[in-house]
Design a protein around this ligand. Structure first.
Ligand code: GRF
Length: 203
């Protein structure tokens, strides 16, 4: 399964996915990494792993659609099967979504539908929840609203601050994202309306 990863940040989710692929635990290969941020750590990680890493700078594109078309072209050229958003901070337009129908995943550092958008970890702290966590979902036209594939919960401790909670959530992100991609690679994910069913493992 050929993966295209879109990242805007440090790329620890990208790194976890690359590592699982190379350990043989994930039947997939990251064939292209795209970022809208020229300085993104994710690009460095890709390059040091010998994976093509390309900057598509949205500031050089006249509008969102042009930006999306450039990313779609690069992903198609790399013959990507599944698009992985990993700390990607741009909203995708229907131009992008229609190019990869039901073949785009995202990870959100919150237990959706709670705390969508940015700073989910801080939203959870400020709300005073006792459980926080992360969600892998298929991307739909909304923000953090697509069908949920896997979630993981972590406790919120009394002495937590945003970074201690974010670190605890990130550990779980690195577990559930590769697992969700593996389920897809095994053809076990069934989208039924809002719900994603996971077929039992074929013997
Ligand atoms: C982190 O806040 C993570 O929770 C979210 O995106 C941010 C960067 O992740 N998914 P990464 O280290 O770039 O994968």
């Amino acid at each position: 399964l050929r993966l295209g990863v879109l990242a805007s940040g440090g790329g620890t989710n990208l790194q976890a996915i690359i590592d699982r692929c190379r350990e043989g635990k994930l039947a997939a290969e990251v064939v292209l990494v795209l970022s809208n941020k020229p300085q993104a750590g994710a690009l460095q990680r890709a390059r040091s792993c010998g994976i093509p890493a390309v900057v598509v700078d949205h500031r050089h594109c006249p509008d969102r659609e042009a930006f999306d078309r450039r990313m779609v072209d690069a992903l198609r050229q790399a013959e990507v099967d599944l698009v992985i958003l990993a700390g990607f901070m741009r909203i995708l337009t229907p131009v992008f979504l229609s190019a990869f129908p039901q073949r785009i995943m995202n990870i959100h550092p919150g237990l959706l539908p709670a705390f969508p958008g940015i700073d989910a970890q801080r939203q959870a702290l400020e709300y005073g929840v006792k459980l926080a966590g992360c969600t892998v979902h298929f991307v739909d036209p909304g923000v953090d609203t697509g069908p949920i594939i896997i979630q993981a919960a972590v406790p919120v401790l009394d002495d937590d601050d945003e970074s201690s909670l974010a670190r605890r959530i990130l550990e779980q992100e690195h577990r559930i994202y590769p697992r969700a991609i593996q389920l897809y690679a095994e053809g076990r994910l069934r989208i039924e309306g809002r719900r994603v069913r996971i077929d039992q493992k074929v013997a």
